[in-house]
Write a protein that binds this ligand. Structure first.
Ligand SMILES: [Zn+2]
Length: 190
């Protein structure tokens, strides 16, 4: 995704998306929201959706090195924002391909969590477990490096507290350095 960092010269909070008039902040159904007194349009500010994916490859966990802020230079799970017309599963598969060039098979949803780690863009993140089934691993898109790491030899700098927690949970569940996709499959996952 090339549109991840967007500098908005006219923030949505200031102008009506329908008629372009300046918005005012008014109480709307019990909550103060920006709304347009000219045409009645109300700005409902919702969290963005994103997907992240923990990919097992040859008993190791695939991580990417971030080439963009926040946390440029740290490692994290392949992840990105959902396009409007794709499902969370499709985002996970697409982001894995874009950032690692790996083809993956999703094993199940590991968890969802709420994140405020992107300034100004609160996010609901769907984390999937997957195994690599093809493709030659190489970094792409906004990843500057990609690696498959044994669980007892992970990079020191992991971006995003939530990613670190997930990696720690997987490590505790596995309790050995080699990772198997079956072992970390979530309860009830197909
Ligand atoms: Zn308007």
């Amino acid at each position: 995704m090339k549109t991840r960092i967007i500098v908005r010269k006219a923030p949505m909070e200031k102008f009506c998306m329908s008629c372009g008039s300046r918005l005012v902040r008014r109480d709307h159904e019990g909550k103060e929201r920006p709304l347009c007194e000219k045409c009645g349009w109300v700005y409902f500010k919702n969290p963005a959706c994103a997907s992240a994916v923990a990919i097992v490859k040859d008993g190791k966990l695939v991580l990417v090195k971030r080439g963009v802020p926040p946390h440029r230079g740290s490692w994290c799970l392949p992840s990105g924002f959902e396009e409007y017309d794709e499902s969370p599963e499709e985002t996970a598969v697409r982001e894995a391909k874009e950032e690692t060039n790996l083809d993956i098979r999703l094993l199940g949803l590991y968890k969802t969590y709420f994140s405020d780690s992107h300034p100004g863009k609160n996010t609901v993140v769907h984390v999937y477990l997957a195994e690599a089934v093809g493709g030659e691993m190489k970094p792409g898109d906004d990843a500057t490096d990609v690696g498959a790491f044994p669980l007892d030899d992970l990079p020191a700098k992991i971006a995003f507290r939530a990613h670190l927690e997930i990696i720690e949970q997987i490590r505790k569940r596995e309790r050995k350095s080699s990772l198997s996709a079956e072992a970390i499959r979530p309860e009830g996952a197909r």
